[in-house]
Write a protein that binds this ligand. Sequence first.
Ligand SMILES: Cc1ncc(COP(=O)(O)O)c(C=O)c1O
Length: 369
Amino acid sequence: MKAEGIDVISFAAGEPDFNTPEPIIHAAIEALEAGFTKYTPSAGIKDLKDVIVAKLHRENGVDVKPEQVIVSCGAKHSVYNSCQVLVNPGDEVILIAPYWMTYAEQIKLAGGVPKVIHTTADSGFVPTYEQLREAVSERTKAIIVNSPSNPTGAVLPRQTIKEIAQLALRHNFWIISDEIYERLIYGETHQSLAALSAEVAERTITIGGCSKSYSMTGWRIGFAAAPPAVAKAMSNFQDQVTSNPTSFAQKGAVAAYKLPTETVEAMRVEFEARRDLILEGLRGIPGITVPTPKGAFYAFPDVSAFLHGEFKDDAALGEYLLTEAKVATIPGNVFEGPGHLRLSYAASREAIVEGVARLKEALARIGPA
Ligand SMILES: Cc1ncc(COP(=O)(O)O)c(C=O)c1O
């Protein structure tokens, strides 16, 4: 619709709207001009692995050697590599719903079976110990943890992180910890799974990347840090499938990880202000309830009060909001979170104010049941 010149406000995008910071762009241009345009080692260049190792030590309390780091074409690629090397046909992988839909597809692409734990806003989208324990079976190969979460913005409490780790150790399964939103967190502290203990680190693949923290979604640079044997398998696998991530994008990523913390902090602070703005607006719409997201850049309001008459599900409601209000959202069903919409607040403050006003007006026409 946007391409047709229609004035759509998009709360659909899963990417920051800021420009990539200048020093990163310069580093990539310099690399290009210096002829750094050839193959690199498949698992990434040494200077990038070194800054990732330093970052994991400094910010995450995770200690790994450079050979345990596999630089990839994005966190998505690292999740895929993890599933491919760990999951055999028929293996179960635990997911905590609502979850990023790619996980389920990548588990299935490896022949695995997603074992889904359902959580709701009442528990802050945090699974109980009983739910976690009941999801484990003799076929459990791994759990995928995503804190802060896309789509709910939930940040798992340290206690839940510890419970997941305990179960993984007791029942001998892997933890794939997608920490891509770790820097975008509001009033909470990020806890890396692999930082809990050396024993837990031996069972954990930590996944991160530049996309969300440094507004580098198009650069396609992510990483996995894994126990040595898994890292070797992932590196061999990547070697046969993609070879190295783009050479000069890796140089840009080196510059990203060397940026002063204030650069990311400025973006985080702006996201927090936008979060507060969208929450205030959404809470002013009769019939909507929305928990406070603690991280990432998504609000996940409950819109089930509007699902009546011709609006059978959130997809139908989303379609109505797009055509009638010209506001794009993502239906919760996509994330196994029916009755919700996902709104990305990686949009300007003006767009947030205008978009929420349009939603209010369009939803008032339906009215809560
Ligand atoms: C939870 C989660 N993990 C990974 C990714 C993808 O990250 P990347 O751009 O590094 O592949 C996304 C992007 O939306 C995401 O939401």
